[in-house]
Design a protein around this ligand. Sequence first.
Ligand SMILES: Cc1ncc(COP(=O)(O)O)c(C=O)c1O
Length: 445
Amino acid sequence: MSQHKDTPIDHNIVQNILDEFNLPDFGKATIREIVSMVNLAERRSGKRYIRMEMGVPGLPPSKVGVEAEIAALQKGVASIYPMLDGHPQLKEEASRFVKAFMDVDVSAECCVPVTGSMQGSFASFITCSQCDRSKDRLLFIDPGFPVQKQQLVVLNTAYDSFDVYHYRGEALREKLESILSLGKTSALVYSNPNNPAWFCLQDSELKIIAELADKYDVIVIEDLAYFAMDFRQDLGRPFEPPYQPSVAKYTNNYILLISASKAFSYAGQRIGVAVFSEQLYHRSYPDLKKQYGVAEFGNVFVNRVLYSLSSGTSHSAQYAMAAMMKAASEGEYRFLDEVREYGRRAEKVKKILLSRQFEIVYDNDLGEALADGFYFTVRYPGMSGAELMKELLFYGISAISLETTGSDQQGLRVCTSFIKDDQYEDLEFRLGKFRSDHPLSTKTT
Ligand SMILES: Cc1ncc(COP(=O)(O)O)c(C=O)c1O
């Protein structure tokens, strides 16, 4: 509980809300729980929070997508069930997009629309965990996106995880080997750039993942929810290096999840593409045959799993995705120019936090400072992530604790997408007040 009564948001209002929610373990509060608390605190106090808890795109949706979608709806696609494996035009464009921005060759057949990466990971978890029944668990290279673990809870599928903080570079090999060599892991998962920490696994690390995936026959699920958004380099020029790094360069045991939500600011329409290597898509698994009567991985994913989940992906959204990917591949839609705004916001927010004695938690990729992007992580000396998250609520600032992300570090995930231009001054003032209410002893600095 905050000891300070004179906080930017009325102390009693925040305390009452905390009491009402009465969460048994505040550090494990879900994003949606924090959202509800902050909505309530804003309503009751009449003051705006600086909202950095939820990863919602804070930019207008891609115009290219919206126009294509409207045109498709006017053509009447809404009345027709989409094909489960996707509209041919989207499949072709997805294949071209992957070549243009990753320099990876995949056929159109192996590109399948999903209702967001969220469904892509759910369907992947189902199929991967069923294709070889001797392998009963998945592995998360954490920190990660908490909802994916919830998906495994829904599926009642076991998982292992480790915080990669201390296992970057060559150290990753031994750590992975210690788990994969047990022979129980069907698939491993990570996001790149990483949610919540915004580090990017480097080519040397992706190579290690690929080698071990091949050695132990493990499927790599590479979640590219923040496709090409490592702003340290310009990954947005089609058919020109540098490309979005990917494990697909080093193994044929992969599923790539490409989402329209962040790169194209298209989260509301729920669309992404799952991309399979040719080998995995066509690989036959006896355990799938036993369960479904068909053995091919891609066939089960599309015609059994996706069919059961949503019977395909919204028709008009597929037209939007096809148009956005086409325009991007042809160099007409420079999608990164729009989302670079997140980097600018992160730079400003970081500066304010760092000048008030906050510290970045995950701060480098094999020695190179991270890009300013959609997320970053911070800590305040002497405070746990849960304490900091709770305390900042009294100061009108919301973010989520790293505890929920599988991180062993104490701190918060800060999301830059929602901060408004007129809020930086407030942020400075509120953090200034926080800082003077929480002076650091020389021991902790
Ligand atoms: C790492 C990661 N994966 C997946 C998603 C969900 O993406 P989609 O909106 O395409 O379902 C998110 C969204 O925040 C994410 O951060």
